[in-house]
Design a binder for this molecule. Sequence first.
Ligand code: NAD
Length: 244
Amino acid sequence: MTDFEGLRAVVTGGASGIGRATAELLAARGAQVTVLDLAPDTVAKPLLARRADVTDDTSVRTALAAAAGEMGGLDILVNNAGIGAQGTVEDNDDAEWHRVLDVNVLGMVRTARAALPHLRASRHAAIVNTCSIAATAGLPGRALYSATKGAVLSLTLAMAADHVGEGIRVNCVNPGTVDTPWIGRLLDAADDPAAERAALVARQPTGRLVRADEVAAAIAYLASPAAGATTGTALAVDGGMQGL
Ligand code: NAD
């Protein structure tokens, strides 16, 4: 399929997991893709890559402008960079809340702010945010992480309303538990990684974890011209976990 021919995309957090699968899929379908990540050196051609820290407004602005300049414009922003956090409200202090909110929420605000002037010049402008079922599922032991993703969901809906008149669509995906390096790190840190993995799998009605390429396919759909009538929506890719 070459439905992204002529389109130019930026994928934040595209050096790993869901972001990497998305960047590779968009490129395979004809897009020019620039990954913005803390670790751009691990990104291989045909993907372009630049270092950007989404917690640093200057870093985001500089990298986004350079990416759009190099690609000759910007049509698609995949706002995907994010970090995890565990615990109830009693487990995380203010500093930890600020740290995770800074990446997961403000990080998306910064990239969107830097991208919007470029997206206004596009005839197929789309933003896709990587949210999570944590936004609405009420997961135990994930208060901070869930709150950040709840904010991403609200941000998606508000931005969709703000920019629909400019021809810019804004949607998000809500993955369940996806088999990425992130989940690998989580399991490595567990007392009994095999038991922990089995517990994660047991939560999935499909009997397996979601694959990164399955989330990438959903992101690609929302970013594609085929989704031209879709804005302000959340697409669950959760193995039936939430049943939405
Ligand atoms: P991952 O850790 O495999 O990849 C995350 C990428 O983001 C890494 O390349 C990392 O370098 C980059 N990144 C982190 N902080 C950054 C910063 N400050 N600036 C720029 N880049 C930064 O994780 P993943 O599992 O692919 O998760 C990607 C997104 O998917 C996140 O937003 C996460 O919340 C969301 N998500 C993941 C799952 C899951 O089960 N894996 C489920 C739901 C949602």
